[in-house]
Design a protein around this ligand. Sequence first.
Ligand SMILES: [Zn+2]
Length: 336
Amino acid sequence: MANHIMEHPTDCVNGAETRGAAARLGNAGKFGRNWRLLLCSLIISTCVSVTAHGESPAAPSVAPSPRPDMSPAERRARLLEQHAAKLRLELADQEYTIITSDPFVVIGNESPDVVARRLKHTINWAAQRLRREYFTKSPAAPLEIWLLNDEASYRQVCTERFDLEPTTPFGFYLSRKRALLMNISTGSGTLVHELVHPYIEVNFPKCPAWFNEGLASLYEQCQDRNGRIWGLTNWRLRRLQLQLHDDRVLTFEQLCGLSDTEFYDDTTGLHYAQARYLCHFLQEKALLTTFYREFRENVAVDPSGYETLSHLLREKIGERWEAEWRSYAASLRFDG
Ligand SMILES: [Zn+2]
């Protein structure tokens, strides 16, 4: 599947109106100028910034509960089916296709064939490769993935079912509800990005925002390379190169040292872009999975990751690794 490319829907910092998906979306502006800041900050801020109504009504008795003698795999399968059956009952009067693939329950309002194709060719395609590359654990409880086929149904599900106004036109991960809510008409790149977050949550709970978002952003545009998920250049490159040209990028000690709040509090898109292209550089140097593992192992003594990063890169690339990254990033091209 060499040409299997996930593409982020739009250049949300550098002129969204020039891109097809944004043109289809048409009215992204009504989400407000700051939606991009909140695209992923919902992950950390839903507990404080999103007020949800009480929990969903108690599950109807639609499927038997797991028995004590079941194996962990059987219990997982039973819980997943129970969750899906509950949703099928709740949504029985609406035109949804609901299908499962551990740990996902996919709820889509496109045709059944299209929903099945997205599960196979985007969700499972990416999740299998991400697990092979990084993640030994899957989310323990079922994760809902809502694939809504237009802006109207996306907004409707966000407001009526989850009691929140979406702050991004594309989609987001709502951690406290264990749900990804996607306006899938804008493309599949955001879906792959958001898929990374629940895996980081369970495998690397102390991961700071800069690496969580850098890794997730890397796969906004990706393809298969010898069975591995491989990040490609994308729309974030232009912002980075402008800042490189003006010598306004952060040092990596500064980037890694940002608190999660500071990382998300960036109106320029530089933090995401710099973190993404550090991950891209590590990927191209065959050091990204090594860095992920070493950072996770060292996080108690190196919570920012900077010591682990600089040690690894000094050893593998040399003392001038940061200058080398700058040259590398300046030399990249993106023609999308
Ligand atoms: Zn994110």
